[in-house]
Write a protein that binds this ligand. Structure first.
Ligand code: ARG
Length: 444
């Protein structure tokens, strides 16, 4: 029982929140005359001393004391004696743990936001440097049309912006204080829930005591936002892994985020990116774990809910590492722009531009233009040359409406410059988006 019951091995991570919530609670008990001013002051000083001990020596792990709440109260009693017993008036560990955990998750949301902001800064910085750098754009991982590297990086800026808004949204929804809900039904003492809520930075108290002690939506919201963010980071990581492989050779990854092989001296492995890709699996596993814990629980608190913390703590640690790794990767990777541009010229990436030119200049319906272009690509493929290296006569033989002006449309530069629709890959469009993003981020 001792072993299965104890949460102190992991919930000691809540000690700062536990002390803060207890201090808010006892200040309120004193202000409301529920405990004497003298006892409230003694308890406050005692809590500060316990906190100083935890800070200096860590939290002692005694399984008999079960959790961080009992551990702190027991140490408080050793330090200040009888008055310690008054701290738990008008509360329960159920509203206590719900409050502590909310505070912890709220910090984790703020940390995720700060990390993601730094990642966005790295993305817009590199995107600004590479608004004109041409690379192949892919669909099905097959060369599709030329794009700019800046455009590609800004795609991730958009994903991260949505991640930040998900954390912000979750934070807003969760910022209510459960403290004072007591065990499940509220309390008969004349408490002031608004006062403790305010002291802990909440927007106000929760509205229903049964819900407040049994709600872990805030943790699930966090894990959902974290999971979606981890999925984005894993996609970005995967791009770097592919780009760093020798046949691509698009990037030289930062040495600081790579490792060597113990047996193959020539190897430089993208381990950090691979671990980010792997961590996404673990983070979504944490979400699934907590969803399954909460499934089917009747009101109000059940001990199953003690299992809420490990997956959240694990996910938060993995997410912070993943964000930091990808920020370093984006900031310090060397992009081999000549290699990217060379790859964009392979694979007939400007075939769509030939078709578009026929539509524009020859007033040919797109379907027919697509067909003519197909014939040109086939010929170029047979000859082993790029589209713009086909002699004009051969192009004319395919369709007489083609003339010399077509070659201007077939370069990769012309191709990206032409795609200046809102949100398109044209360097001018990318520069606009980068400028907007820099304003949003407060960089301008
Ligand atoms: N250690 C418990 C948890 O983490 C604290 C709440 C215990 N409440 C109770 N009624 N046994 O959930």
């Amino acid at each position: 029982m001792r072993e299965i019951n104890a949460s102190i091995p992991f919930d000691k991570a809540l000690w700062r929140q536990d002390i803060a919530a207890s201090k808010a609670h006892v200040a309120m008990l004193g202000a409301q005359g529920i405990v004497s001013g003298a006892d409230a002051e003694t308890i406050r000083e005692g809590l500060d001393q316990v906190a100083a001990e935890y800070e200096a020596n860590g939290v002692p792990e005694n399984w008999d004391l079960e959790d961080i709440h009992m551990t702190t109260e027991s140490r408080l009693a050793e330090l200040i004696g009888q008055a310690a017993g008054r701290l738990h008036t008008a509360r329960s560990r159920n509203d206590q743990v719900a409050t502590d955990f909310r505070l912890w998750v709220r910090d984790a949301m703020d940390q995720a936001d700060a990390g993601l902001l730094a990642l966005q800064v790295a993305l817009v910085t590199r995107a600004g440097e590479h608004a004109d750098s041409i690379m192949p754009g892919f669909t099905h991982l097959q060369t599709a049309q030329p794009v700019t590297l800046g455009h590609h990086l800004m795609a991730y800026y958009e994903m991260i912006a949505r991640d930040r808004s998900r954390f912000a949204d979750a934070r807003k929804r969760m910022n209510r204080s459960p403290l004072g809900s007591a065990a499940l039904a509220g309390t008969g003492f004349p408490i002031d829930r608004a006062m403790t809520a305010q002291a802990l930075g909440f927007d106000g108290p929760t509205a229903n005591s049964l819900d407040a002690v049994s709600d872990r939506d805030f943790a699930l919201d966090y894990l959902m936002a974290a999971s979606q963010c981890a999925l984005h980071l894993s996609r970005l990581a995967e791009e770097f892994i592919i780009w760093a492989s020798q046949p691509f050779g698009f990037v030289a990854l930062p040495d600081a985020l790579s490792t060597g092989s113990s047996i193959m001296p020539q190897k430089k492995n993208p381990d950090a990116a691979e671990l980010v890709r792997g961590h996404a699996g673990r983070i979504t596993g944490c979400l699934t774990a907590l969803m399954m814990t909460m499934k089917g629980l009747p009101l109000a608190y059940s001990k199953d809910m003690q299992d809420d913390k490990p997956p959240v703590f694990e996910a938060a640690g993995l997410l912070a590492l993943s964000i930091a790794a990808m920020t370093g990767m984006v900031a310090d990777t060397k992009f081999r722009t000549e290699r990217m541009r060379g790859a964009a010229e392979l694979g007939f990436a400007t075939a769509t531009d030939l078709a578009d030119w026929l539509v524009r200049e020859g007033d040919i319906p797109f379907r027919e233009a697509h067909h003519i272009t197909g014939a040109a690509v086939k010929l170029a493929e047979t000859r082993g040359v790029a589209l713009d290296q086909l002699p004009l006569d051969d192009l004319k033989a395919i369709d007489s409406r083609i003339d010399a002006r077509v070659f201007q449309a077939l370069s990769v530069e012309a191709s990206v410059a032409a795609r200046k629709s809102h949100g398109g890959t044209a360097p001018d469009q990318v520069r606009l988006r980068v400028a907007e993003a820099r304003t949003v981020l407060g960089l301008e």
